[in-house]
Design a protein around this ligand. Structure first.
Ligand SMILES: NC(=O)c1ccc[n+]([C@@H]2O[C@H](COP(=O)([O-])OP(=O)(O)OC[C@H]3O[C@@H](n4cnc5c(N)ncnc54)[C@H](OP(=O)(O)O)[C@@H]3O)[C@@H](O)[C@H]2O)c1
Length: 263
């Protein structure tokens, strides 16, 4: 008797595997994005690293290669739609396909609204919202059915901020709207699921700019867990959303914020 394994016979942990997949991570030169690149490689993916600082990308590329996976550094400014297209093209030229996009590039400034210049406001929207859209468009043009796009939004797209962050909050709330709409357009028709993650507070170059005492006070008051998140606690969520483990999760924003948005 021949026994054929069907999709429902795959053991649960194997569903998180990204073996044979290619993932592109924007903002992979530091912070969360560098961590995601390594985590995706640990799950079996080859990785394309996109950001502006080429030397920092190369350092992350070497970390991925130490895991036995292949990596490509693609110097990219996500505010330029043609550069996004070129990063996707480089991925396909090197690996033959692209299955996962992590839209993580972002910047967060705190400026009182009455003093914020048009350039300051635009620069945040340009990277956090428009950059994610240019990358998603470029990626979705080549992604096969079964692919996944994960947009890294923020807690501050869901709840009020402690600091004056109109541009940042608007960009991240916009990214959640973009997530819903792109998922509506692509998940059924093209087999590309689009989801978002809303991180709370994790250590990175971005959060280093916040005075530690203020940040600690804020976190103690707002997080039900009373602490910042650790990189591995968000890596697992990103790998889940990137992988077939989340095959029935589509168009949602998952908060990874130690209970901060649950108030
Ligand atoms: N850390 C947190 O607690 C937290 C909380 C909520 C949301 N987030 C989100 O998580 C993401 C990562 O942030 P992080 O905390 O890891 O900060 P980070 O260390 O400052 O990383 C930001 C990344 O974005 C890249 N980037 C910025 N502008 C870019 C551009 N024009 N083109 C391409 N890449 C660009 C930077 O690379 P280059 O400078 O090399 O281009 C860098 O790799 C952001 O979207 C942020 O909003 C973080």
């Amino acid at each position: 008797m021949i026994c054929r394994m069907t999709d429902s016979d795959i053991p649960v942990l194997d569903r998180f595997s990204l073996a044979g997949k290619v993932a592109l991570v924007t903002g992979a030169s530091s912070g969360l994005g560098a961590g995601f690149a390594v985590a995706l490689a640990q799950a079996g993916a080859d990785v394309v690293l996109a950001a502006r600082r080429a030397d920092r990308l190369d350092a992350v590329r070497r970390e991925v290669e130490k895991l036995g996976r292949s990596a490509l550094s693609a110097e990219t400014d996500v505010t330029d739609p043609e550069a996004c297209q070129a990063a996707v093209q480089a991925a396909v030229e090197r690996f033959g396909h692209l299955d996962v996009l992590i839209n993580n590039a972002g910047l967060g400034t705190a400026v009182p609204a009455l003093r914020e210049t048009p350039e300051q406001f635009r620069s945040v929207i340009d990277v956090n919202l428009m950059g994610a859209y240019w990358m998603a468009q470029a990626a979705a043009r080549v992604m096969p059915p079964g692919s996944s796009i994960v947009n890294i939004a923020s807690l501050l797209g869901l709840v009020k901020s402690f600091w004056p962050q109109a541009a940042y909050a608007a960009s991240k709330a916009g990214l959640m709207g973009l997530t819903r709409d792109l998922n509506q357009q692509w998940s059924g028709r093209r087999g590309i699921r689009v989801n978002a993650v809303a991180p709370g507070y994790f250590r990175s170059e971005m959060t280093q700019e916040i005075p530690p005492d203020t940040l600690n006070e804020f976190i103690t008051q707002t997080s039900t867990l009373g602490r910042m998140g650790e990189q591995h606690e968000i890596d697992t969520v990103v790998v889940f959303l990137a992988s077939p483990a989340s095959s029935y999760v589509a168009g949602v924003t998952l908060a990874v914020d130690g209970g901060m948005s649950g108030h």
